[in-house]
Design a protein around this ligand. Structure first.
Ligand code: MG
Ligand code: MG
Length: 237
């Protein structure tokens, strides 16, 4: 799983370097698809429940599951969430980043990205044997809500292994001490989706793209994390 995680990380960092004003989200898809093949991996998303691409690219008020398109031109001040999954020898890696486009990001939007990433890191720091899924959700929620942002409820993290989505669900909200206890050897994808406004989302007519109901900006960061004997190791770093 670490091998699959490294592929995902390498692809995401390559895609990040291609995010600039004037690029389309399909440009990012092409870069990712070629690199996944070069690295001897297979894309995890393409064909999954009929999803057409190797990346999800979700711009501004799009939360997750945006479909790369030649018509979606990135412009200065946008943000784009890039989610990537890869398979090696039957095992999966899954991670996401949200990247600012250009240099003139609005300060509130920059703060949304910082807080979302910080909520993921705080959640990872809570992962150890005996900790609970509620500890993870409470960690994310605490960081996010302290900054006046909101956690999306309609999508959650997940177990991951020889399938991309396995039990248990890993919500980004909850109560410390509640829920399933973590044990060494479990691997989960922790993936806070954070809206600048209200938590509500809806899915567009394409059947995939989830957007914030109030049109506010949304950010998404994700890592695949293994529970070890003493804590956690991030497989997509
Ligand atoms: Mg993902
Ligand atoms: Mg995931």
């Amino acid at each position: 799983m670490r091998r699959a995680g490294r592929v995902v990380r390498e692809v995401l960092e390559l895609v990040r370097s291609h995010v600039k004003p004037g690029a389309t989200t399909l440009d990012l898809e092409k870069v990712a698809e070629a690199r996944i093949a070069e690295l001897g991996a297979r894309p995890a998303f393409k064909g999954y429940h009929g999803f057409p691409c190797v990346l999800c690219t979700s711009v501004n008020s799009e939360v997750v599951h945006g479909i790369p398109s030649p018509k979606r031109v990135l412009k200065e001040g946008d943000i784009v969430s890039v989610d990537c999954g890869a398979i090696i020898d039957g095992f999966f890696g899954d991670a996401a980043i949200t990247v600012p486009v250009g240099e003139k990001i609005h300060p509130d939007t920059a703060r949304l990205l910082r807080v979302t990433e910080a909520s993921l890191q705080t959640a990872i720091a809570a992962v150890k044997p005996g900790a609970t899924l509620g500890d993870i959700g409470a960690a994310v929620q605490g960081v996010v809500e302290a900054e006046g942002f909101s956690v999306v409820r309609d999508f959650v993290g997940h177990g991951i292994g020889s399938h991309m989505h396995e039990d248990p669900q890993v919500p980004n909200f909850g109560e410390a001490g509640r829920g399933m206890k973590l044990r060494p050897g479990m691997v989960i994808a922790i993936e806070p989706m954070v809206n600048a406004g209200k938590p509500d989302v809806r899915v567009l007519k394409d059947g995939w793209t989830a957007v914030t109901d109030d049109g506010s900006m949304s950010a998404h960061f994700e890592h695949t994390v293994a529970v070890t004997a003493t804590g956690a190791t991030v497989l997509t770093e």
